[in-house]
Write a protein that binds this ligand. Structure first.
Ligand code: WT7
Length: 633
């Protein structure tokens, strides 16, 4: 038990050193003593970064849902596992004890079985933030099916791309979703997606909004009807440590989304261990993460991490601004939330409304605040610290990625001090290294380099579904024997790490990871568009926003109509989150002699930072730059 809880600086230092000196022993002790296994491993770790081969707890047998549910349902059946707070504050909330959760998950698992789902099959989940989303995820894990949750803000085309990529045949969805004062018809989005699917599909339909939807007999199964016909007991499937647990898509520098594959044992151990310590979760605390389960944050820190620790985790269906900007604070007061984990973009949006929405709410239950998803600026950090935490609560600025499965760099309350805008120190077992362009370690303070990780950790993604070569090329080929994160970073004198942002063609907009390539592909479909380049630029609320430089194959066009059409295409192909904030039509794009668009220049123009454009001597068409600057927005 001893190294599971890290609550002093001394313990952190001692255990961190152990985790680096003898990683296998460290993780083996931890896994042995804190989780439930059918069989132990024959080898703790086998790895080769050159081939991107990573195996943890080899040959061990387990089921993650036994660790997340059964053992707590046995020891603390009445403890609340999930609190569900609906979109509308007038609707009654719901809670599920660990025993109730076990029954709900077992029923959903049995429903999936009756639909023919077996171990290893992929199940796509496209749901709002309702309890059935958690049940569905865990039901898949119960029977060894691989869940692929798709954020329910993605368009039908984006959904179809993901269904086709992992060749799933079952989709769990709902009639609709409530988002603020809007109702979104999810079922019709799914129907539309299915018309683009190459393989036959079955739909498990959950009722949420009660709107009338189109039902296709035999293909669509009604959850409410079938639920009363199945048993509330379901034996867990015995899984191998390295069997896939889930696929989660993330955008990359090229068109197609990457289906990151996470496996059972390593993911469980790491998500659980980081949750317990980074949030300093204590028994009976109420923990709330505002992310959507459609993202990795929701997977690891709403479902698996908290439940594995027997925690009480709050799921919120709605948005921070409905019915008004007090919603978060009202929920914290209502449930006496102890740990609150959200995104900088939400903090900025709320802070902008002024403190009147915060005044009068009792937030004294809060012990720890967290942020995730993008760098937090000092103004947002200060506001969060002073107004939400009343200058009393440490802030954990947690850096990690879909690919890493769990938090990699973060302070730990009362263990590793926080420092505004710095993620600070590596978690146990994590070996970050900052490299120069040529691959040498940067030792100088405050010099930005590329952030890599030089040793495997248990929850790292194992591959990209169906494309292991892309996995190798994306993460292990930039620097020899290192995992390359795609982020820039530097260290201060005390070794605190600060993330400076992406160094590739991924832009983080409102905490969402967006590749520019798929957006460009979408725009280029418009018959008047010749070419486009999308870059990110700093935005007050969203962190970054998208700026599109677009060349047309005509001089006859209506700018306003075209802008509208371009954003409509993006919404349709990807989703509204990928819409462009600014569009500039330009005669040409700056290109090198080899024909490559010089995005560096466009980034500077978009950021209004044109004092020094750097070396533009290799440009084929330097005059274009003047025109672009003159017409920039
Ligand atoms: C990218 C990963 C990790 C869950 C949510 C995002 C950026 C993430 C931080 C942070 C600065 C951060 C990085 C990273 N990022 N957390 N605390 N400070 N940047 O997961 O969608 O896979 O995006 O988000 O650029 O590479 P994701």
């Amino acid at each position: 038990m001893s190294n599971y809880i890290i609550n002093t600086t001394k313990k952190y230092i001692e255990n961190y050193n152990k985790s680096i000196a003898e990683p296998e022993k460290f993780w083996s002790d931890l896994a042995k003593n804190n989780f439930s296994w059918y069989e132990r491993w024959s080898k703790v770790l086998e790895w080769d970064f050159k081939k991107a081969k990573i195996e943890w707890f080899k040959h061990a047998k387990l089921n993650i849902t036994v660790n997340c549910i059964d053992r707590h349902a046995k020891s603390n059946p009445k403890r609340t596992a999930i609190i569900f707070e609906p979109n509308n504050s007038n609707e009654k909330q719901k809670s599920f004890t660990y025993l109730e959760l076990l029954k709900e998950v077992s029923k959903t698992a049995n429903i999936l079985k009756t639909m023919g789902v077996k171990k290893g099959d992929r199940v796509c989940i496209y749901l709002p933030m309702i309890p059935e989303l958690a049940f569905s995820v865990l039901a898949c894990a119960r029977i060894g099916a691989i869940h692929s949750v798709v954020f329910a803000g993605f368009s039908s085309e984006a959904l179809a791309t993901r269904i086709n990529d992992c060749e799933s045949n079952v989709i769990i969805t709902s009639d609709g979703s409530f988002r603020g004062d809007k109702i979104i018809n999810l079922k019709s989005i799914v129907d539309n997606a299915i018309s683009r699917c190459s393989s036959p599909q079955k739909v498990l339909l959950i009722k949420r909004t009660n709107q009338k939807v189109n039902i296709i007999p035999k293909r669509d199964i009604l959850y409410d009807e079938i639920k009363s016909k199945v048993s509330d007991e379901c034996k867990p499937e015995i899984m191998d440590a390295e069997d896939p647990l889930f696929i989660l898509y993330t955008s990359g520098s090229t068109g197609k989304p990457k289906g990151m594959v996470h496996t059972c044992a390593g993911y469980m151990v790491y998500a659980s261990y980081t949750f317990k310590n980074i949030f300093q979760y204590e028994t009976n605390d109420i923990y709330w993460c505002t992310a959507d389960i459609g993202w990795i944050t929701g997977h690891s820190y709403i479902i698996y991490g908290p439940l594995c620790n027997g925690a009480t985790t709050l799921m919120f269906e709605g948005i921070p601004s409905y019915p008004n900007y007090s919603r978060f604070w009202q929920i914290i007061e209502k449930y006496k939330v102890n740990q609150f984990y959200t995104a900088p973009t939400a903090i900025r949006a709320i802070a902008k409304q002024g403190n009147k929405f915060l005044n009068g709410y009792d937030l004294t239950s809060l012990k720890v605040l967290g942020t995730v998803g993008e760098p937090i600026n000092i103004e947002a950090w200060d506001w969060y610290y002073k107004n939400v935490g009343n200058s009393r609560c440490p802030i954990v600025d947690t850096w990690w990625q879909t690919e890493t499965g769990g938090i990699m760099i973060s302070s730990i309350p009362n263990v590793i001090p926080d420092k505004p805008t710095f993620a600070t120190k590596p978690f146990l077992g994590i070996q970050p290294i900052i490299l120069s362009e040529s691959g040498d370690e940067i030792f100088e303070y405050e010099k930005v380099g590329k952030l890599c990780i030089s040793f495997p950790w248990p929850s790292m993604a194992r591959t990209i579904w169906g494309d292991h070569n892309r996995y190798i090329n994306t993460y292990y080929s930039t620097f020899k024997n290192k995992y390359f994160t795609g982020d820039g970073a530097y260290k201060d004198k005390l070794g605190n790490i600060r993330i400076t942002g992406r160094v590739d063609d991924v832009v983080i907009v409102s905490g969402h990871n967006l590749g520019t390539a798929p957006i460009e592909d979408a725009i280029n479909e418009h018959n008047l568009v010749a070419e486009s380049a999308i870059v990110g630029y700093p935005h007050e609320i969203k962190g970054n926003a998208l700026y599109g430089f677009i060349t047309l194959n005509t001089e006859n066009f209506d700018e306003n109509i075209l802008m509208k059409q371009i954003n409509e295409i993006i919404s349709k192909r990807i989703g509204p989150i990928a819409k462009l904030q600014k569009i500039q039509f330009t005669k040409a794009l700056p290109k090198t002699r080899s024909g490559k668009i010089m995005r560096r220049i466009l980034r500077k123009v978009a950021a209004r930072d044109i004092g020094d454009l750097g070396d533009i001597s290799t440009l084929l068409n330097p005059n274009v730059v003047k025109e672009i600057i003159a017409n920039s927005q």
